[in-house]
Design a protein around this ligand. Sequence first.
Ligand code: ZN
Length: 333
Amino acid sequence: MHQPYPWQSEPVRQLRAMRTRLPHAVLLQGPAGGGKRALAGAFLQWLLCAHPTAEQACGQCDSCRWLLAAQHPDVLEVDVAAAEEGGEATPGRKLAQIGVDSIRQAVDFLRIGAHGPMRVVWIHQAHVMNVAASNALLKTLEEPPDRTLLLLVTDQPARLLPTVLSRCHAVRHPLPDRAGALEWLAGQGVAQPGLCLDLAGGAPLAALAWNDVERMARRAGWLEMLARADSARVWNEAEQLARMEHEAYLDWIDVLQRWMYDLLSLRMVGRIGYHGDCAADLQSLAPRADVHGLVRFAQRLTEVRRTSAHPLNVQLAVEDILLDYCALFEAQG
Ligand SMILES: [Zn+2]
C-alpha cells in the first residue's frame, strides 16, 4: 500500500487483515478530506498486484501500472461526475447522484470473468446512489459472483440504505486529533496550520488544500462582502462567482454557513466560533437581524450544502441567496 498517513494505521491494519479472507463488499467510511480515496486505491493496487509483499504492492507489474493509470481491466469506478452526464436532473439544478444505469453497468461488469485474481467495482461517494441504484446493487450484495469485490467509499454512511449497510464489511476511517493534524500540516510546510484546519473542519488533506494564497484571498473578499451586507454589491459578487469552478461555489457556501453560525452564536450565547478576527463586524451585524430569520436562512444554507448540487445558473442562485442575506439586516431598519 501507499505510504499511509499517520492517522490511517487502524484502517490499514483492518484492510491488510482481509487479504486471507476477503469479504464480497467493503465499506470504507469516514469524514471527507482525510485520505480515504488514496487508501482505497492503494488497497486495490495491493490486492490485485502480481507480486505484493505483506504490506504493499510492487508498483512494477502490469496490474500496478494499469491501476495507477486508472486503466485496470478488472476495476470499474463509479463516480458522481460520470453519473451526472446522463443523470436525471430536476429543473434548476443538477443533482449529485449515482443513478440506476451506472449500477446496472457495474453489476454487468462483475459478471464477466476476471483477467487477474478478481473483478472490482469501486463506488465513490456511495451515499449519492439513488434508491433505484441502491436496489440494483442490493441484488449483487445478496448473491455476489465469485471472485468479485464491491468497494464502497462514503463520508455519509447514514444516507445509505440500511439493507446495503448491513451487507458490507465496514472499515472506519478516522481523522487525526487536532494536535496530530497540526503536527502533520506543519510538516507539510503549511503557513497557518490552525486556520487551515479550522476551515477544513479538522480534515487534514482538506486543510492542506486551504494552504493556497488565491483561495485565502477569495475568502477574505467574501468575508468583507458579508460584513458590509450591502445589496448594491450583490450582482458584482454573483457575477464573479459564476465564473469560478464548482469548488469555489462550495467554498462560498461553507464560508457563508460559518458566518451565519457565528451570527447566531453571538446572538444566543454571546460567543464567536470561527471568525474571531471579524468580531467587530459580527457584533455590529448581529443585533440588526431577527433571530428567527437568521435560523431560517441558516437552515436553507444547510439544505443547499447537503445536496452539494451545482446550480444550473450560479449567478442567479448566488444573487438570490445574497439578496436574502442582505434583507436579514434591513428588515428591522
Ligand atoms: Zn504490482
